[in-house]
Ligand binder design. Structure first.
Ligand SMILES: Cc1ncc(COP(=O)(O)O)c(C=O)c1O
Length: 366
């Protein structure tokens, strides 16, 4: 079946490879792994993911509901700030609720009675190459760091969440930061039942020392007598998904340009935010093209890539690694056709699971 581009294509075989590494980690270390829905919320493949993960974590009422209704398992609720009118619905969908501040904890502890309560801590150290994604940036609002504020509310919580990594593929850096957390927050950790170490750790990567990582987590868990959680987003879906596009026009403005039926701003926004190039494989050959989106943004550029042959209108290009922070961020900028979502099943068959129409565009506005 030839699908109309643009579409995201989730390859379950690649996804399963990541999930098997997650399962191995869980078995060896005893940690529980929760999918971070902020990164990937394509519920058509939740059945496969739920076989290898313990549940989900969320950043909003909508995400916590989705996790509860479509994924199952353990459902953690977290948000930078909850409002009065959503707290009851959040509580109804979660097993644990993690507050970002002592203020929020104090305000909503009553409404959340009966659930396990947690607090986000900020160790004021992090691993992130991007200031915009650095939870330990100056004046960060993400979590409490002052023991004088944390210790008095410890009797109200059973655990904490500490998320301080972004795209961290260095085990040494992870271990060092964890040692810092142990030194700084030991008096807190020894009074808890569970600790979530957040996401941002790229432990499904091929060369990541998974055994050493598992053993470090197990030692942490045994030392403090806590159940450890991880909240992998990107690590879960890395390399599992492509964005399939078609060339609509070829131009030359000193460079050869290929305009495709997609938009980096609308369909892979993170690349623009972090000023990163997309990935195209194998990216070799004597023909160089700047692959550009079709929105009006002058900088709507996926990147410059090498091709074996010259490109022509109608050619297809697969933009790689388009699973994390893409489908959850896609938007209707310029009214550009929103990519459909397709899944390559384990037996190789491709199944269209979602397509978008003019009505969806109209319904997103009023
Ligand atoms: C609290 C929290 N948990 C988990 C994640 C997932 O991170 P990643 O997709 O990098 O694994 C994030 C990402 O921002 C986060 O803020």
């Amino acid at each position: 079946m030839t699908l109309q581009t643009p579409y995201y294509l989730v390859d379950k075989t690649v996804l399963l490879g990541n999930l098997e590494r997650i399962s191995y980690l869980r078995q060896r270390s005893g940690v529980k792994c929760l999918l971070a829905l902020k990164c990937f919320a394509t519920w058509s493949v939740f059945d496969l993911m739920a076989e290898h993960m313990d549940g989900t974590t969320s950043s909003s009422l909508n995400e916590v509901r989705l996790g509860h209704e479509k994924f199952g398992g353990e459902t953690h609720a977290y948000s930078v700030a909850y409002s009065d009118d959503e707290i009851d619905a959040v509580v109804a969908s979660c097993d644990k609720i993690i507050f970002n501040s002592v203020n929020q904890l104090t305000r909503f502890a009553g409404a959340a009675a009966g659930k396990q309560l947690g607090l986000r801590l900020n160790p004021q150290v992090s691993h992130s190459s991007f200031i915009i994604a650095d939870p330990a940036r100056p004046h960060s609002r993400l979590g409490e760091w002052d023991l004088d504020r944390i210790l008095p509310v410890l009797d109200q919580i059973s655990g904490v969440m500490i998320h301080c990594h972004c795209e961290n593929n260095s085990f040494e850096s992870f271990s060092e930061i964890l040692a810092g957390i142990e030194a700084r927050f030991g008096s807190v950790l020894e009074q808890l039942d569970w600790v979530s170490l957040g996401g941002g750790i790229h432990f499904t990567g091929e060369n990541y020392p998974l055994d050493a990582f598992a053993d470090r987590l197990k030692a942490f868990s045994e030392r403090w007598k806590v159940q450890v959680y991880l909240e992998p987003g990107e690590a879960t879906v890395t390399n599992s998904t492509t964005l399939e596009v078609t060339v609509l026009d070829i131009l030359n403005n000193g460079k050869d340009l290929a305009v495709v039926d997609s938009s980096i701003e609308a369909h892979m926004l993170d690349l623009l935010i972090y000023r990163l190039e997309a990935k195209v494989l194998p990216n070799r050959g004597g023909h160089s093209y700047m692959v550009c989106g079709k929105s009006c943004l002058a900088g709507d550029i996926f990147g410059e890539f090498q091709f074996e042959q010259s490109l022509a209108v109608g050619d297809r290009i697969s933009i790689q690694d388009a699973g994390g922070y893409t489908m959850v961020k896609k938007n209707w900028f310029n009214g550009v056709q929103m990519p459909s979502i397709a899944v390559r099943e384990l037996d190789g068959r491709v199944r269209l699971v979602k397509s978008f129409t003019y009505t969806d565009y109209v319904d997103s506005l009023s």
